[in-house]
Design a protein around this ligand. Structure first.
Ligand code: AMP
Ligand code: GLY
Length: 433
């Protein structure tokens, strides 16, 4: 189906972006390019979003505060960065004030908030994913684990746990301990089949009537090189990911995105926002869903939005108002790659409050349209210096004609920024070339 160009008669929007990480920096930057933007606000934001938006101090967890802020600023659109406010009813509360929200209502945000709900939705839509058992206090855990002992055990808590709710291990004792602990705190836990293969992410913008798959990307979730160390929020990403060939892409649309969209559209409330489809692609090039998220990935967002040549704000507004089918997406034929710089101790704990040396000079002297820094946990001190304020501090992003070139430029640029004790991976994107 050909998309018809959206001829907006230059609407002027007041927009509020919720969140304060690298993803929100990328969102603010992309939105700031729009000719349809009147005012851009971000809350709580960071020192990077402040370059494009007016930052406010309402936290993403304060739903009433966010709605009051959007009303007081006469916002035409609210864009939810993280999932928590969506799971807590941000879109539902904004709807009562007639403010469009990019991000689904709470009932559908549970696609991310509850692994069990996501599995049930996938079953109803006939979407391929790993089989699973529910274990609770009445289950024979040893028997359940033995039945799956020919591959690593995959155990998932059914709560929003900020990346800490999943354990993949071949160690029976570790698996048993995590299961018992999870049953104690949550009442039950999911034991999934292990899916072998390579991971990729597809971000699909959706409304009630249509969907728009954005170029696929690959994240690097483990803290250290060669996928060693603990899971993190994501240590770097690149886009597009060559593993998602045209053949795989077609399969993902036919087997996963299309049936999922059809199922969502049959429900009482539309899904308006982005569905993050976490994929495992097996050796036969067959895709399976590992997880759904109901928001842009971080750092996937930082490498996906820069590839969109058409108006990103119009895309987001169209999805929030069920007009996405009129939006014509155009892309750069380039490769974006981002490397996350994380604080000492991340992900277990993070040493914060340290001066980020070289960042201001880098931005003044070296930043271009194809090389830049996305701020994540940065603030400015009284002296006007950039200071770290969380685990993932910033990421360096490069966008060039080849992945190899983006890789070299991004790593070269990383040399200009120093943060005591910080770490980053040296192999972002390397397995793709
Ligand atoms: P999730 O939070 O569900 O995305 O899981 C976190 C990570 O665990 C994923 O990115 C995968 O690397 C891994 N994982 C999750 N489920 C499976 C599975 N069924 N088979 C293999 N690896 C998995
Ligand atoms: N980078 C993974 C996520 O945003 O969930």
């Amino acid at each position: 189906m050909r998309r018809i160009q959206f001829k907006a008669n230059m609407s002027q929007y007041r927009v509020l972006v919720v969140g304060g990480g690298g993803r929100e920096h990328a969102l603010c930057k992309a939105i700031a390019r729009s000719e349809n933007l009147l005012e851009l606000y971000c809350t709580p934001g960071n020192a990077g979003t402040a370059k494009f938006a007016t930052n406010h101090d309402v936290q993403a967890s304060d739903i009433a505060g966010l709605v009051n802020l959007a009303v007081s600023l006469s916002c035409d659109l609210v864009i939810a960065g993280p999932e928590a406010p969506l799971c807590n009813g941000l879109a539902d509360s904004l709807a009562k004030q007639n403010i469009p929200c990019f991000g689904p209502v709470a009932a559908l945000a549970h696609l991310e908030g509850s692994k069990k709900f996501a599995k049930e939705m996938m079953q109803r839509a006939g979407v391929p994913t790993a089989g699973y058992d529910i274990l609770d206090a009445t289950s024979n855990i040893e028997q359940a684990l033995k039945a799956k002992s020919n591959a690593p055990f995959v155990i998932k808590r059914d709560v929003l746990a900020g990346g800490k709710g999943v354990v993949v291990t071949s160690d029976m004792n570790e698996a048993t301990d995590f299961i018992l602990q999870s049953i104690k705190t949550d009442g039950y836990v999911l034991l999934e089949e292990f899916l072998p293969g390579q991971e990729a992410s597809m971000l699909v913008v959706m409304d009630n009537n249509s969907f728009l798959p954005l170029p696929c990307s690959q994240d690097h979730k483990r803290a250290f090189d060669d996928d060693e160390g603990p899971n993190t929020g994501g240590m770097g990403a690149y886009c597009p990911a060559p593993i998602v060939t045209e053949e795989v892409h077609l399969k993902v649309i036919e087997r996963i995105v299309s049936p999922m969209h059809q199922h969502l559209s049959s429900l009482d409330q539309p899904y308006r926002g982005v569905l993050y489809v976490g994929l495992m692609i097996d050796e036969k090039n067959d895709p399976y869903v590992v997880e759904f998220n109901v928001r842009f990935g971080d750092p996937e967002c930082q490498v996906t939005l820069p590839l969109i040549k058409s108006d990103v704000l119009e895309m987001l507004y169209s999805a929030a108002t069920d007009k996405l089918k009129h939006y014509l997406a155009e892309y750069n034929k380039r490769y974006a790659l981002t490397i996350v710089l994380a604080s000492e101790g991340y992900p277990a704990s993070a040493k914060t409050g340290r001066i980020i040396e070289g960042l201001a000079a880098f931005e003044k002297e070296r930043e271009t349209d194809s090389l830049w820094v996305d701020h994540a946990a940065t603030t400015l001190n009284e002296m006007g210096e950039f200071v770290s304020s969380g685990g993932r501090v910033l990421s360096v992003t490069s966008m060039e004609n080849t992945l190899e070139e983006s890789y070299s430029k991004a790593y070269e640029a990383m040399n200009f920024i120093q943060l005591e004790g910080a770490h980053f991976r040296n192999d972002i994107g390397r397995k793709a070339f």
